[in-house]
Design a protein around this ligand. Structure first.
Ligand SMILES: Cc1cc2nc3c(=O)[nH]c(=O)nc-3n(C[C@H](O)[C@H](O)[C@H](O)COP(=O)(O)O)c2cc1C
Length: 180
């Protein structure tokens, strides 16, 4: 029987959605039925065996839709296997990635019941020309890390593919413990 997997994401500009869709392509496998939905459209996760959650980082924290999703589904998320990915740093340095990774580790401590089988931080995508007004304002002060920052897409698709394959392998072994 096919197990069903929900890949759910929060997004403001669509880059996390694209990563969720990429992960879905890799997870779609004879063993799984995969559904990709925005966090705010998910009423219940009861029918899914596995959950993958994606959240972009904004001003040092995960986007609210993702946080609300965690809070709303605490009971079931603490009982089902969950994998979590975040998108953040726009620069390509290891330092930026580590900084946001540390912020994420700290933020996830607010949810002590949340124990993903895997958590990962990927680079994000940024285009100053497409920002909403409020985000545009945030880039104006010279002290802002976004001030005069050029457009960039720091998503490493090879890393994303590797992570999705790792998750697929974990889910298969959770589903069929005897084939480990
Ligand atoms: C206003 C603004 C604030 C951001 N704040 C952070 C941040 O605090 N840490 C970080 O790593 N990335 C930050 N980012 C980068 C986003 O996480 C990145 O652009 C991500 O890919 C956006 O995802 P989305 O397209 O799914 O909304 C910020 C981007 C914007 C536009």
């Amino acid at each position: 029987m096919s197990e069903s997997v929900l890949i759910t994401y929060a997004t403001r500009y669509g880059s996390t959605k694209e990563v969720a869709e990429k992960i879905a392509q890799i997870l779609i496998h004879d063993e799984f039925e995969v559904e990709v939905l925005p966090c705010k459209k998910v009423d219940t996760i009861e029918q899914y065996q596995f959950i993958v959650i994606g959240a972009p980082y904004y001003i040092g924290g995960m986007l609210k839709d993702a946080k609300n999703f965690l809070l709303r589904n605490q009971d079931m998320l603490s009982k089902k296997p969950v994998a979590f990915f975040a998108l953040g740093p726009i620069g390509e340095t290891e330092k930026e990635l580590t900084e946001t990774q540390n912020q994420l580790d700290k933020e996830l401590k607010q949810f002590p019941w949340f124990k993903p089988i895997s958590t990962v931080m990927f680079g994000g995508k940024y285009n100053p020309k497409k920002l909403r007004l409020l985000d545009k304002f945030l880039t104006l002060p010279p002290a802002s890390p976004l001030h005069n920052l050029a457009a960039n897409d720091a998503r490493n698709w090879e890393d994303i593919k590797n992570w999705a394959e790792k998750i697929t392998a974990s889910l298969i072994s959770i589903k069929n413990p005897s084939i480990q």
